[in-house]
Design a protein around this ligand. Structure first.
Ligand code: NAG
Ligand code: CU
Length: 248
């Protein structure tokens, strides 16, 4: 009987999840390896409560969490890779890798200055936004571009960021059901980086996670569908949640 229950439970992720996990970092296109320098969750489930205690960096981390802190120079191109499960595809021709195509929404990066990126707990940190990619004029979303890039989202480390260690928070918001409050899906993962350079900034506008978002923010409680039901936006510009992106 136990075997039968276990077998049934093992099928549940196949039936229910079209979600994703942040799992790799690349620097100037150089893949740093799965789970290396990133706090990789074993769960691809989203967080839907914006006040969840794990809203900064997710939870259910693979053990041990990487102790690696990745060196990044200000101005480097830094990317994080998302995949349906750890490793990417769940099975051959997995249409939900890196994420289900229905999961339209923005891709975002934040950073927070820390003393030790490998050990710092993420709650109470001051996060500043360094990248955001929402809805463009052709009806394509940041998530569409992430899927087209094989799960990668890259940004340029601003040259004005002060040297030191940071948690780099990658985020995706899936808005397919966001017309009802509490139904936007948040995915996040935190990379551990050490920035070198001659910048001085650690954020102009900083926010806390949880705390930065409200369940009724216009970019969180929203129907993304046009009159024909296409997920191309509702006719008004999409407002990405959170503060403005750091300007150098
Ligand atoms: C961060 O980078 C600086 C400058 O390259 C280096 O001196 C320091 O040891 C690095 N720290 C970590 C934790 O990697
Ligand atoms: Cu999902």
């Amino acid at each position: 009987m136990k075997v039968t229950v276990a077998a049934v439970l093992s099928l549940l992720p196949l039936l229910s999840s079209a979600h994703c996990i942040a799992q790799r970092v690349r620097i100037n296109g150089q893949d740093q390896g799965q789970g290396n320098g990133i706090r990789m969750s074993t769960s691809n489930n989203p967080i839907q409560n914006v006040n969840d205690a794990s809203f900064a960096c997710k939870n259910s981390f693979q053990s041990p969490v990487s102790s690696k802190v990745l060196d990044v120079k200000a101005g480097d191109k830094v990317g994080v890779m998302w995949g349906h499960v750890i490793g990417g595809a769940q099975f051959a021709n997995d249409a939900d890798n890196p994420i289900a195509k229905s999961h339209k929404g923005p891709t975002i990066f934040y950073m927070a200055k820390v003393d030790n990126a490998a050990s710092t707990q993420p709650n109470g940190l001051k996060w500043f936004k360094v990248f955001e990619d929402g809805l463009d004029s052709s009806g394509k979303w940041g998530v569409d571009r992430m899927i087209a890039s094989g799960g990668w989202v890259d940004f340029n480390m601003p040259t004005c960021v002060a040297p030191g260690q940071y948690l780099l928070r990658a985020e995706i918001i899936a808005l397919h059901s966001a017309k009802n409050q509490g139904q936007a899906q948040f995915y996040m993962g935190c990379a551990q980086i050490n920035v070198s350079g001659s910048g001085t900034k650690t954020g102009d506008q900083t926010v806390s996670f949880p705390g930065a978002y409200s369940a009724t923010d216009p970019g969180i409680l929203i129907s993304i569908y046009d009159a024909k039901g296409n997920p191309v936006g509702n006719g008004t510009p999409y407002k990405i949640p959170g503060p403005a992106v750091l300007k150098c």
